[in-house]
Ligand binder design. Structure first.
Ligand SMILES: [Fe+2]
Length: 344
């Protein structure tokens, strides 16, 4: 169920939860197909139980109109770097609940060493996932700078500080970053050294979830999504494959669906993709439905707008779940290294 539309039932086949070998992973990545890594961070889910439960309770309080700033303050109080710099609410975005700005004060140093720069406008944004009262899903995104100019897509020293802010705020996130680095995910799939940034902490509620979209922003190579508690069900497949399946459930040719699916206001295509249970069934029959269990990691490749993995998420179960998602970018150049982060 998503927003009162019944898309059908799924029974996970435990026996088919096979870990793909490196060749299969590379083949799927090149084809912009989703890659499920079952149980990759299972140990973390057990070891971080206390932190994961604390994050779930925090989301419960926020849903009951708890103060976001109080929650952040409690998590950051002891940190040596981060300082609260203000809050805003974007009235033009109905989904946004609050955006908190965090700075790192500059510091003078000894002798002729350069003064350490002040880091400004790290942002932590709490929002609803949908413009829809039937969907109680929440998310928290860590970023920096201005949305309008899409600062976060450029190599920027603040990206590294934003990464650290996410890891300090959520203990389980620090552990997740370490686990992904240990497993070299998604390292071997990429042509160049990478970083994982733009953390989004998801609390997908039963009956909610994100509708079909892609994340093929310039410079963004893909997404890593780690399920830490509860389950989510995903439809994830390359844009072309989705257009072809959707065309078979409509009066539109596949090329037309392919072209129109990028528009934000195309009601007919939106309904075809998001509220057509027969299409959901056809996508599942093609093997592009994934049930994520705690400890599973899903990789979504984005080579460019044409070759990217489109995805749609369903919150299932009895309680909101917990997942952390990270966007994959090329590593920052050496000129954008901050010694304070290296020693921290
Ligand atoms: Fe996404």
């Amino acid at each position: 169920m998503r927003r009162e539309v019944d898309h059908g039932a799924v029974s996970p086949k435990v026996a088919e939860r096979r870990f793909p070998d490196p060749i299969e992973q590379r083949t799927r990545w090149a084809a912009a197909e989703a890659i499920l890594l079952p149980g990759l961070v299972q140990d973390l889910v057990l070891a971080q139980r206390r932190a994961i439960t604390a994050t779930l309770r925090m989301f419960d309080r926020l849903r009951e109109e708890g103060e976001f700033l109080d929650e952040l303050d409690a998590r950051l109080a002891d940190d040596e770097f981060f300082r609260y710099a203000g809050s805003t609410v974007d009235r033009s975005d109905e989904r946004e609940i609050e955006r908190v700005f965090i700075d790192v004060p500059g510091e003078s140093t000894r002798g002729d060493e350069p003064k350490r720069r002040r880091i400004k406008d790290l942002t932590v944004r709490l929002s609803w996932i949908a413009h829809d009262e039937r969907d109680a899903s929440l998310r928290i995104r860590f970023s920096f700078g201005h949305d309008a100019t899409r600062d976060w897509l450029e190599p920027d020293l603040r990206a590294a500080w934003s990464d650290r802010l996410g890891a300090v705020t959520f203990e389980e996130h620090a552990a997740l970053r370490a686990a992904l680095a240990r497993h070299d995910v998604p390292g071997a799939l990429l042509a160049a050294p990478h970083r994982l940034s733009e953390l989004i902490v998801y609390n997908n509620a039963p009956g909610g979830g994100a509708v079909f979209h892609h994340d093929a922003d310039p410079g963004q190579r893909g997404v890593v999504y780690a399920q830490l508690d509860g389950r989510t069900v995903w439809l994830a497949l390359p844009r072309r494959a989705l257009a072809e399946l959707a065309a078979a459930h409509s009066a539109f040719p596949a090329d037309e669906v392919f072209a129109r699916m990028l528009a934000h206001d195309d009601r007919a295509i939106w309904e075809l993709l998001n509220v057509t249970p027969a299409l959901t069934g056809a996508i599942a029959a093609q093997g592009a439905l994934f049930v994520l269990e705690p400890g599973d990691v899903l990789l979504l490749p984005s080579h460019d707008e044409e070759r990217c993995c489109w995805h749609s998420v369903f919150g299932v179960g009895r309680a909101p779940s917990l997942a952390h998602s990270l966007a994959i970018f090329d590593a920052l150049p050496d000129t954008l290294r901050d010694p304070r982060l290296e020693s921290a």
